[in-house]
Design a protein around this ligand. Structure first.
Ligand code: GLN
Length: 467
């Protein structure tokens, strides 16, 4: 009850879109009973969490931040939701996000922007902005998010909390409202590595209901427990290092990440973090990711292409908003879509249908797919020849003021430069707080830690040493 009260008391953050006290209290009572029964209670029994509104939930509405789904209630739970429920976690409700997860600031939500608890005149980052804001404000122990091109890492960075996007295929996308299906991955946002592990481990694992869910990760079965045991092994190895627990860890620092887009305070905080890792025994090596700049046009062809296809299902017939007045069937569909989709979503649909259309497909979509492979190869070369993990900034700046990017949507796309490559390559990556900057030096900055495929446990162990 007190967690619900606290969540309601912070309505100013606009982090929660739907709270239903009865639903939450029913879950809490069930968890209480288990805890009182004396039997082995599930690991997360009674722990307050909340879900980004792109995970469908029985009971609570699932809007994906869109007017299109303003009244949609799913008849089933997403796999992520189901697994956390089974682990005993209690959901306080559904969290604000950019419409269909399209954005980096949470300003594209049909229900208004969420706000950053560190300074409520600034954005929390996006698209999982409500998730990061709720964790940063202490309203939940952890929240689920999704990351297509940075949407877990960016809001975590801007709100001074931690977030991890696992390797593509590790967590089931079943029941996650689709944006770019070849990129979308669920990941938790929480305070630190240990809490991330407690959420990521149980939600990971093969799911026959998602055809891109993996049965195996580098030879070991994709099951809950895999990430935890990798994490524990890595911690044990670190113990052997004594006062230099990270001795031998090679940290690749991409030279392309230091560019004119990077603010001085962010660069400084990242440098300080790298020095802290060196003090723990790690060594720094320069690596090159030569197609870093190309990740922006590549992503902004592929993601809208997939989005235009995924969003074609919102036609006003099967579900979603239907216009009140229309002549024929075609007009009903076009009116419904025009009325219910926001400007950023319409922009993406237009870009997406254009790059997939006859005559342009080869020039844009196919070309982008080729560059996507080259971007993935660049990461593999760095890992094979030079380093164990890659580190750098998450965002080029601290949180902007709400409204700053209103005139220029492309400015927001450009700020994704540090996160898109990882998503195109399908690699795991996390964000951990590494300092403060901005006008009065009071806004959080995040450090990005990128690992090779299926190294989630190792990433979390490295982050744990630093935190
Ligand atoms: N900013 C990127 C976009 O708008 C990434 C969003 C995301 O990861 N969901 O597409």
């Amino acid at each position: 009850v007190s967690a619900l009260d606290a969540a309601e008391a912070r309505a100013d953050l606009n982090a929660f879109l739907h709270i239903d006290r009865d639903l939450t209290l029913a879950q809490a009572h069930a968890a209480d009973k288990l805890l009182a029964s004396g039997q082995d209670a599930p690991a997360l029994a009674g722990v307050p969490i909340a879900h980004k509104d792109v995970f469908v939930t029985r009971g609570w509405r699932s809007t994906a931040g869109s007017k299109m789904l303003a009244n949609y209630v799913s008849p089933f739970d997403a796999t992520v939701v189901e697994r956390l429920h089974e682990a005993g976690a209690v959901s306080l409700g559904k969290l604000n996000c950019d419409e269909f997860a399209m954005g980096s600031g949470n300003e594209n939500s049909a229900f208004g922007p969420a706000r950053n608890p560190w300074d409520t005149s600034t954005i929390p980052g996006g698209s999982s902005g409500g998730s990061a804001a709720a964790v940063a404000a202490g309203l939940v122990m952890a929240a689920t998010g999704t990351d297509t091109g940075g949407s877990v890492r960016q809001p975590a960075a801007l709100c001074g909390v931690s977030g991890i996007k696992p390797t593509y295929g590790t967590v089931s996308r079943f029941g996650m409202i689709a944006y770019g299906s070849s990129l979308d991955q669920a990941g938790p946002i929480a305070r630190h590595a240990q809490d991330l592990l407690d959420i990521l481990d149980p939600i990971s694992g093969f799911d026959p209901r998602d055809s891109t869910s993996l049965e195996h990760c580098n030879g070991s079965a994709n099951v809950p427990g895999r990430i935890r045991s990798q994490y524990e092994q890595a911690l044990q190895a670190q113990e052997a290092g004594g006062s230099l627990p990270l001795k031998g860890l090679r940290i690749g620092v991409p030279k392309e990440f230091v560019n004119d887009k990077l603010d001085a305070d962010v660069a400084k905080a990242v440098q300080a973090a790298l020095q802290a890792f060196e003090a723990l025994g790690a060594v720094r090596v320069e690596v090159s990711l030569p197609r870093t700049e190309l990740s922006i046009p590549t992503y902004y062809v592929i993601a809208p292409a997939e989005a235009s296809s995924n969003l074609s299902r919102y036609d006003g017939v099967r579900y979603g908003h239907r216009a009140a007045q229309y002549g024929d069937l075609a007009e009903m569909t076009s009116r419904s879509r025009t009325e219910a989709f926001g400007p950023e979503v319409l922009r993406r649909i237009m870009v997406g249908t254009y790059v997939l259309s006859h005559g342009y497909y080869d020039a844009y979509y196919l070309q982008a797919q080729r560059v996507r492979h080259m971007i993935a190869d660049d990461f593999q070369r760095a890992f094979a020849d030079h380093c164990d993990v890659i580190m750098g900034p998450v965002t080029p700046t601290t949180a902007k003021h709400i409204g700053d990017n209103r005139e220029d949507p492309v400015a927001e796309w450009l700020a994704d430069i540090y996160t898109l490559g990882v998503s195109l390559a399908g690699l795991p990556a996390m964000s951990v707080p590494c300092g403060f900057g901005g006008a009065q030096g009071r806004l959080p900055i995040g450090l990005q830690i990128i690992g090779n495929y299926f190294h989630e446990g190792q990433l979390l162990a490295v982050a744990h040493r630093y935190q």
